[in-house]
Ligand binder design. Structure first.
Ligand SMILES: Nc1nc2c(ncn2[C@@H]2O[C@H](COP(=O)(O)OP(=O)(O)OP(=O)(O)O)[C@@H](O)[C@H]2O)c(=O)[nH]1
Ligand SMILES: [Mg+2]
Length: 451
């Protein structure tokens, strides 16, 4: 892990020409640098206009500098933020000068890593900073804010408290090998383990929604050839991205695009048509389409109003009743009231026209509401965990189950305690209450420079 005694610097805004550019500095030398560069030490948190001159006296920029005294800063150390004109050349010259004055270039995520190490935030909050930067939808943003305010951290703290209570109850018996855990304690601990397992499962169940918010709602467009799947994709994204033609079998490969759908962000995929009796090349395209469908959160099954009773391939027919499937009847501009088979009309299919735009807004509304239905528990302290959290919680769940089996079978107290300590370690990984340097380095390396 990089040493915290270094004073680090990095551009906090992307390279390129812009109105402003921000350079950040954090670490023990900051105060000296403020005095050197600004020519004085203004009160902390006060924006100060000054001329940045390099060590040889060359004027680099007119800037505004603000310094934050430890511990009331992002990193918990003394921090200086310099904002100047958004020129990559100026930023490079300023960085070069700061390095000459004794700073080191920050590693990706190192500012946030220091914030974590200095206790300014727990690990789930540090991750939420990244979620915040990458949020692409209203819901993703709300989730990131909630996690940054510590919603997940609080949930984990209460689980850890309950777990420590159970551990204390049984560890008392480890020191007395002749004494077995009295039945009433065994029962009480078992109930406690059951409650923890239930809560762990509840949290785990939010992973699907969390992934859906962080990555976007994977929505695949499926249907027979020529029903207008590519036309629907183009209509949804508002430009002619996919080839459209009156020939069936136009789309061979899949095409993915991102679009907003109300408070969600969709990753929408157009696929090759599914034909009940395909030619060999068509079959390849179909296999890809079905692979996409397998990985998707939602499927839009497109039917053709001008050919309402065309037989559906089995893979499509099987999906119709799935809660993640929306059925639409395209080309409704040509046949507004097609004679659909009863097993389809029963599903309340949405009349649509990729050509005129009829039904598109309603389709987006339905998609957003299906996506929301994946969230089991919303509310004030709603959490939706990430893949890393899910991995740790699954480990905790397995160890809880092992403990429960031993409790049921009158197993030795030492082994039960060891299972519960494994649960503790797994819970601790979520907020970073464990000493796992490699995990931390790996995690912060996925952040951007300057963050
Ligand atoms: N009238 C009308 N025609 C449409 C509509 N949507 C698509 N079409 C026409 O239907 C034909 C097929 O459209 P595509 O979007 O290529 O259909 P597809 O499902 O992607 O076809 P494949 O890629 O071959 O599976 C084209 O001639 C489109 O212009 C619609 O809403 N109304
Ligand atoms: Mg197509």
């Amino acid at each position: 892990m990089p040493r915290a005694s270094d004073t680090i610097t990095a551009p906090a805004t992307p390279a390129g020409t812009a109105a402003l550019a921000l350079v950040r500095i954090s670490g023990p030398d900051t105060k000296r640098l403020v005095a050197e560069i600004l020519g004085r030490l203004p009160p902390p948190r006060q924006a100060t206009y000054f001329e940045y001159r390099d060590r040889t006296g060359v004027l680099l920029d007119d800037m505004v500098g603000t310094w934050f005294a430890a511990p009331r800063s992002y990193t918990g150390e003394d921090v200086l933020e310099l904002s100047g004109h958004g020129s990559p050349f100026i930023s490079q010259r300023i960085l070069g000068d700061l390095l000459a004055r004794g700073c080191r270039l920050a590693e990706p995520g190192e500012f946030t890593q220091r914030a974590f190490l200095n206790g300014r935030m727990d690990l789930s909050q540090a991750e939420a900073v990244m979620d915040l930067i990458h949020a692409r939808s209203e819901r993703a943003l709300a989730l990131a804010h909630q996690q940054r305010r510590g919603a997940l951290g609080r949930r984990m703290a209460s689980l850890i408290d309950a777990l420590l209570g159970l551990l204390a109850r049984i560890e008392a018996y480890i020191d007395f090998p002749d004494e077995d855990l009295p039945p009433e304690d065994r029962q009480g601990v078992r109930e406690g383990v059951g409650r923890l397992a239930a809560e762990t499962d509840r949290l785990l169940a939010t992973n699907r929604y969390g992934t859906l918010l962080r990555d976007g709602v994977r929505t695949v467009i499926l249907g027979r050839p020529n029903v207008g799947k590519s036309s629907l994709l183009n209509r949804l994204i508002g430009r002619e991205r996919a080839l459209v033609s009156p020939e069936p079998g136009t789309t061979r490969d899949f095409i993915e695009e991102r679009i907003p759908a109300g408070p969600h962000c969709l990753r929408i995929v157009d696929t090759a048509g599914l034909n009940p009796s395909p030619a060999p090349l068509e079959r390849l395209g179909m296999e890809k389409a079905l692979e996409c469908a397998e990985a998707a959160d939602l499927a839009i099954v497109v039917l053709d109003a001008t050919d309402p009773s065309a037989p559906l391939p089995r893979e499509l027919a099987d999906r119709l009743e799935d809660p993640g499937t929306l059925v639409v009847v395209n080309k409704s501009d040509r046949v507004p009231d097609p004679a659909l088979p009863p097993e389809i009309s029963r599903l309340g299919p949405l009349p649509l026209s990729a050509l005129t735009g009829l039904g598109i807004d309603e389709l987006l509304r339905r998609i957003a509401s299906r996506a929301d239905s994946f969230q089991r528990e919303a509310g004030e302290d709603a959490v939706a965990i990430s893949a890393r959290h899910a991995h740790a919680l699954a480990e905790a769940g397995a160890a809880l189950q092992a403990a429960d089996e031993k409790l049921a079978a009158n197993g030795p107290v030492e082994l039960i305690a060891s299972d519960l300590r494994a649960v503790l370690a797994a819970y601790g990984e979520i907020t970073g209450k464990v000493d796992n340097e490699r995990m931390l380095d790996h995690l912060f390396a996925t952040f951007c420079i300057g963050k």
